[in-house]
Design a protein around this ligand. Structure first.
Ligand SMILES: Nc1ncnc2c1ncn2[C@@H]1O[C@H](COP(=O)(O)OP(=O)(O)OP(=O)(O)O)[C@@H](O)[C@H]1O
Ligand SMILES: [Mg+2]
Length: 490
């Protein structure tokens, strides 16, 4: 018999329990939750009894802070230990009912991972949350184009070199590097690759007018080549507004004239030179043509005529580095553009052979300043994928990457972004552009060398890559002055 006084106390508690039970029932019935019976064990260890006492005390105070009571398994220590081992044998009969989502909190294996054990997957660091390896194959992305972004010294070039080494050893792909700082030479030489020095003092030449029959999949390879030559002239003519419409017209007209002879008889000697373009421009009536020709003159007859020679390097190696450090500031952009075009020639030739080409462009922002050049680079960037190219651009200046809608296309066309430490301004821009949460942003805020966020398709993972500094490989990859070993410095 329950006395009246007790009855008057019950309803409020009952109501609460009733509400809880109903909510639980609703979760089970309609929210795809299950009921689990959970035994939660905390194993404390200590080297001395005192230490053990301390640890037990610490554990229970942590639990208490979160409104839980740990109860000591007196007289069941052995069963407790056995149950806490990964033997799938629970000998402790203290259980508590929990729903799926509450249980899931205790399962520590729910981090997002990127691990592909395919034949061509490469190492990109450790997952910062779980310490598991990150191994992926960019070729499996819808769009393998990649960006490596970070402040100076954050490890951009270093991670590119690591990927290059990895790709060299694991895959059969061709690898081409455009190296404005002459820092890839030791690595490429160590891999027995080919280093092509382009500069005023060098006798190795590439002809920007080179064209091959694979150059474009459209019937007319000349159209794309004309685009390239327009960009080249834009860099040459310079000026704020870039090329004027009439100038573009005359250049395009001359390009067609210049190549006519070559297409009639496509032998290497008939390959046009910048000089032919220059001469063709001089024969035009428009004053604009003469204006462009005058600007071209120094590159044809003057002291900057390094690009007015037939190609005399035979690019035969699997791994090739174009060292353009010796080119001055203005020529460097031109050099990068010309290398990019040479790479394009290689990509198209490789496609016929069923081979992928990896292309690394350091200091990529240099190509994004001029409108026409930027547009051409974006165009190439988009085409690369279809042709089995895997380009990677390295740049410090995220702002330049997003300067115009045209250029930000590069972002949309890159499913692989290796983001290292970011400057404050860039962080805000990136957060907006790529939808990064403040928590994720913390991984690229004052982060160390080789730490950051990896975007792979629609997966975002924080990574850490601490390369062992006592390896030979480190010495040929580092750019820290004091660490570059004398044997490899050339
Ligand atoms: N993952 C790493 N593990 C160990 N050290 C690293 C790592 N990444 C970079 N470093 C160190 O940081 C140095 C600078 O890196 P790196 O040359 O790649 O910078 P960067 O971002 O290319 O800079 P810049 O914009 O000036 O070209 C390297 O020489 C190397 O010593
Ligand atoms: Mg660098």
């Amino acid at each position: 018999m329950i006395s009246k006084t007790y009855l008057s106390l019950f309803p409020s508690d009952l109501a609460t329990y009733g509400r809880d039970a109903k909510a639980l029932l609703k979760e089970l019935q309609s929210q795809n939750e299950r009921m689990f019976l959970v035994t939660f064990l905390v194993l404390n260890t200590g080297r001395t009894e005192q230490e053990l006492e301390n640890n037990v005390f610490q554990a229970s105070s942590i639990a208490q802070k979160h409104n839980c009571n740990l109860c000591r398994l007196d007289f069941q220590q052995e069963q407790g230990l056995m149950s806490s081992l990964p033997l799938a044998d629970c000998q402790i009969e203290i259980q508590r009912g929990l729903t799926t989502s509450s249980t899931a909190i205790f399962v520590p294996f729910t981090t997002q991972e990127l691990f592909d054990n395919g034949k061509e997957s490469l190492y990109y660091g450790l997952n910062a949350l779980s310490n598991n390896l990150i191994m992926v194959d960019r070729k499996k992305l819808k769009n393998p184009n990649g960006l490596i972004l970070g402040t100076p010294g954050s490890g951009k070039s270093f991670s590119a070199k690591r990927e290059i080494t990895n790709a060299f050893l694991v895959t059969d792909d061709d690898i081409i590097i455009c190296d404005p700082e002459a820092e890839y030479t030791p690595l490429v030489e160590r891999l027995h690759g080919q280093v092509i020095h382009i500069g005023p003092a060098s006798t190795q030449y590439i002809n920007p007018m080179d064209i091959n029959s694979n150059y474009s999949e459209e019937d007319n390879p000349l159209a794309l080549k004309a685009d390239f030559i327009l960009s080249l002239c834009e860099l040459v003519v310079g000026g704020k507004e870039g090329l004027q419409p009439v100038e573009k017209t005359v250049i395009d007209r001359c390009v067609h004239v210049v190549y006519r002879k070559y297409f009639e008889n496509p032998t290497p000697e008939n390959m046009p030179l910048l000089e032919d373009l220059y001469n063709a421009l001089l024969t035009q009536d428009e004053p604009e043509a003469r204006h462009v020709a005058a600007a071209l003159e120094i590159y044809v007859k003057g002291s900057l005529n390094i690009f007015n020679h037939h190609t005399n390097v035979d690019i035969h190696n699997r791994i090739v580095c174009f060292d353009i450090k010796q080119l001055g500031k203005q020529l460097k952009k031109l050099g990068m553009l010309i290398v990019q075009d040479a790479v394009w020639g290689r990509v198209t030739a490789n496609r016929s052979a069923g081979k992928s080409t990896r292309y690394y462009a350091d200091e990529f922002h240099l190509l994004l300043k001029e409108e026409q050049t930027a547009a051409y680079s974006v165009e190439i960037w988009k085409r690369f994928r279809k042709w089995g190219g895997i380009p990677t651009a390295l740049t410090q200046n995220v702002k330049d990457l997003l300067a115009s809608p045209e250029v930000s296309n590069i972002f949309e066309n890159s499913d692989f972004v290796y983001m290292l430490n970011q400057a404050n301004g860039d962080r805000q821009i990136l957060a907006k552009q790529l939808n990064i949460s403040p928590h994720q942003l913390s991984y690229v805020t004052h982060s160390g060398e080789g730490e950051g966020l990896l975007f792979f398709g629609n997966v975002i993972l924080p990574f850490v890559d601490r390369f062992p500094t006592d390896l030979e490989l480190y010495r040929i990859m580092t750019t820290k002055l004091g660490e570059i070993s004398e044997g490899t410095q050339k």
